[in-house]
Design a protein around this ligand. Structure first.
Ligand code: FES
Length: 84
């Protein structure tokens, strides 16, 4: 069942209810989520919120993509995409 989408770097990503951001991005073929503050590429790794390897910014707040459920209409982006 699809139909719900969120925004990733200007791209519309479909997801199933209950799916994490990381899983939805992975299903869309997006396996790395941009560099972290140390310049290392973030990605899905532990899947349980422990390693902080998958940090992204969701509606302006830093979150673990692997344990954060996707929500319709949210704006998700790489950590570096946000400047304020
Ligand atoms: S993959 Fe380890 S915190 Fe998300």
């Amino acid at each position: 069942m699809t139909g719900q989408t969120f925004d990733w770097m200007g791209r519309r990503i479909s997801f199933r209810v209950g799916e994490s951001i990381a899983a939805a991005l992975d299903a869309a073929g997006i396996r790395t989520f941009g560099p972290d503050t140390l310049g290392q590429e973030t990605r899905y790794f532990c899947g349980i919120g422990a390693c902080q390897c998958c940090l992204v910014r969701v509606d302006g707040i830093v979150r673990e993509a692997c344990i954060t459920p996707a929500k319709a209409g949210m704006q998700a982006e790489t950590l570096e995409a946000h400047h304020d």
